[in-house]
Design a protein around this ligand. Sequence first.
Ligand SMILES: [Zn+2]
Length: 306
Amino acid sequence: MKELLFNLQIDCESTQFALQNPDLGERAIRGLGEIFEATGTKGTFLVIPGDIAVHASIYQDLENAGHEIGLHYHPWIKGRSEFLGTEGPDEQRSLLKEAMDRFAQVMGRNPLAFCPGYASANDHTYGILEELGLTHGLVSFPTRNLPQCACVWGDSPLDPHYPHRHFRSLVGDVNFVDLPLTLDPQTRMWGGASPLDLRVEMVDAKNHFYTIEKSVRRQLTEQTPLLQIRALTHNIFEYGDPQNFRRETYEGIVEGARRIAEQEGLVFSAVTAAEIAVHYRESVPHKNAQSASPALDLRGRQFSQS
Ligand SMILES: [Zn+2]
């Protein structure tokens, strides 16, 4: 029986300058740890350097409990930039290297998983991630069009893939497994600029159910190398409170994903993003990766925004 891989990514940034609420961040990640235990699911915590420094021991405990800890990063350079995608290759390399070093000082190893804030990236980014030894993560955001955040992806692939070395929206041979969120390119949010995605805080569990169902059916029809659902949240909600709406929404998402797995004859399998990347690498060995001709896949065209 085929598996439906399921993962929640948590962007952890409770110490960022606009929030500065590490106590809330701590309650959120501890609460999520409990929810994962209760729902039998796994988290991928991608953490900014400021948060990893103050919540080090909790992240070590979460890692020991089978969850994944990696790097989330916003430049937040005063007076210059808060978007990775507006930085040149040398700046990106040194900013990320510094953030990785801060992560390594706390965790005793380099991060392997990575996600830039706002999914902001440019055509230099993937090659630099590969060079720095990052192996997987969420960089692309199919159909999101936010030039003001240096986040423009067009009809980039909806499923896990090796990205292109020189043009970020294409499939290619960079040794980094890009793992987009589950989203519905046809349902638009934010005045059309971004798709409805499986961000816990975006809508309620009932709406998320339709996004999951549509995505699983599409993956089955297109016979993608693996079947997966990826949700997202942030460590800025009271996940420790059993009555909290975001907590109930996440529990509803898990229940919905389990129901769809059953409906489609699939085995629900809770995993980390790292495990999805491993499954992908087994199905599509990197040595076979190659740069796609843009003419090969025009499915996304029907979703294009004018
Ligand atoms: Zn962020």
